[in-house]
Ligand binder design. Structure first.
Ligand code: BES
Ligand code: MN
Ligand code: ZN
Length: 508
């Protein structure tokens, strides 16, 4: 499926040949009145008759309407034309046309000039609604939509927003593809190959480390998780060079557990299949790099992915085992199912060598975060207010929301143990926060944020599948940096939102 931006006036829309013309109808554009085109008049009539409301997602469709070149016309309400309502409207229209033989769709936001940001939303909403996973189906079936044309009266003002939408379509699509694949089609080695393929794109270089190199680096914690699996681990390092050589990079670390059985602390079998999604953090990093290669912002970004399986086995780690992390800190593994933090901590230590501007880890880390925030907002943890606020704002712009959670030291009490420097679990209470407190022990040398995406990276139930989040949030954050909104060198920091305390040392 490809996207095209085309200059089309309201009257040109009527003579544009396509299988379906989708026109979004905003509340304040009604009625269009006597000057309106055929489409405007049809809209007015339908509204007057009570058959169309500008309510977001309400559709009215017609077939071979005289005077229209389009085979189908779908009028769809988009309320106040907010990003949220544009998304609802586009999703409703695309769902209506899905599983028909519609190949070429023209999408218009109505006769008035469209707001630049709306175009990005039109593209990404269309991409999300049209997406279908096919990789492991024997008959991929009807591929559905082939060309989506976004109509705009003034192409120049919306071109950048369109380009961003298309780059996100590719990046989010890549993240969904790898996240959706079953674990036997997405092993650590296969993830590494996917990263290597990205290394062929402009400005991207990729390094892959296997068990020997990882042992040499001293990543004892990461290796401990991997030791129960027949699939050898991979440590993937992606480099995007868009800025000057001396520019400090932002480091993104994605949890890459290609399957999480829980290990010896094995999970119940119900819904265990969903633990193939335990590499959604890694998939989002791959998706971001795909998008960066297309947009070429003038920044440097490093992506790190510790990838392995978490399996029960004769060689697997046992509750009570103590391992030594790359940082030198010893860890008592009280629960082998708290494995995400064990692979992330070594990647955090590895990130120090880049003297990063900021380090953001992305992980399907805790069931507790799903309980706390559900599937609406990702959990955001950061001791750096400027970084946290930049991520929150990026989430708003991208309609990929997150919510800041606390990091009070009192939450780390449960991680104390008599047998190592730290235990890998605290009690059940506040589980998303104790996980973040564990990670924080490995972040003293840089500005750090942690996104717990356990609730937002995939959907359960009938719509089971990956969402591609938080690629949108991360891309907007990085583009903000390229635009010069980087984290200030001496930013106020705090352990609790809204409660500033003394600044932390950070390197730039
Ligand atoms: N990958 C899971 C987190 C998870 C659980 C995500 C359920 C989505 C749904 C993670 O590795 C895990 O198992 N975490 C444990 C931690 C616990 C043992 C402290 C959890 O959340 O139960
Ligand atoms: Mn686990
Ligand atoms: Zn896990």
């Amino acid at each position: 499926m490809d996207f095209q931006l085309k200059a089309l006036t309201a009257s040109q829309l009527c003579i544009e040949k396509c299988d379906a013309l989708v026109v979004l109808v905003a509340q304040d554009s009604l009625p269009a009145g006597a000057s309106a085109t055929l489409i405007g008049k049809m809209t007015d009539h339908a509204v007057a008759a009570g058959d169309l409301e500008a309510k977001p997602g309400k559709c009215l469709s017609s077939y071979r309407a005289p005077g229209l070149a389009a085979t189908r016309l779908v009028l769809v309400g988009m309320g106040d034309a907010s990003a949220k309502n544009v998304r609802v409207a586009v999703t409703a229209a695309i769902n209506l046309l899905k599983n028909t033989n519609v190949k070429r769709v023209v999408l218009s936001a109505g006769p008035n000039p469209v707001a630049a940001s709306t175009v990005r939303t039109m593209v990404t909403a269309c991409s999300d609604a049209a997406y279908t996973y096919t990789t492991t189906k024997s008959k991929p079936g009807q591929s559905g939509f082939e060309h989506i044309v976004i109509a705009a009266s003034d192409v120049a003002t919306v071109q950048a927003s369109f380009d961003l939408g298309v780059a996100l379509h590719h990046g989010v699509g890549l993240a969904k593809e790898w996240a959706n694949r079953p674990a036997n089609y997405a092993t650590p080695a296969m993830l590494a190959d996917a990263a290597k393929k990205l290394g062929k794109l402009p400005k991207i270089k990729v390094d892959i480390f296997g068990p020997k190199e990882v042992a040499k680096l001293g990543m004892g914690s990461f290796m401990a998780v991997a030791q129960g699996s027949r699939e050898p681990l991979r440590f993937i390092a992606l480099h995007y060079h868009g800025g000057a050589k001396s520019d400090a990079p932002t480091v993104l670390i994605g949890k890459g557990i290609t399957f999480d059985t829980g290990g010896i602390s094995i999970k119940p079998s119900a819904e265990m299949d969903e633990m193939k999604f335990d590499m959604c953090g890694a998939a989002s990093v791959l998706g971001v790099f795909r998008t960066l290669a297309e947009l070429k912002p003038t920044i440097n970004v490093v992506g790190l992915i510790p990838a392995c399986e978490n399996m029960p086995d004769g060689l697997a780690i046992k509750p009570g085992d103590v391992v030594t992390s790359m940082s030198g800190q010893t860890i008592e593994i009280l629960n082998t199912d708290a494995e995400g933090r064990l692979v992330l901590c070594d990647a955090l230590t590895y990130a120090e060598r880049f003297k990063p501007l900021a380090v953001i880890d992305i992980a399907t880390l805790t069931g507790a975060c799903v309980v706390a925030l559900g599937g609406v907002r990702s959990g955001l943890f950061s001791s750096n207010d400027a970084l946290a606020n930049a991520l929150i704002n990026a989430g708003e712009t991208a309609s990929d929301l997150c919510w800041r959670m606390p990091l009070d030291d009192d939450y780390a009490e449960g991680l104390k143990t008599n047998f190592a420097d730290v235990a890998n679990v605290g009690g059940r209470a506040g589980g998303a926060v104790t996980a973040a407190k564990f990670l924080q022990r490995f972040t003293a040398k840089f500005s750090w944020a942690h996104l717990d995406i356990a609730g937002t990276a995939w959907k359960s139930g009938a719509a089971k599948g990956a969402t591609g989040r938080p690629v949108g949030l991360l891309v907007d954050y990085l583009l903000g940096q390229a635009a010069g909104q980087s984290v200030p060198a001496t930013s106020a920091t705090s352990t609790t939102p809204g409660k500033p305390v003394k600044s932390r040392i950070r390197r730039t």
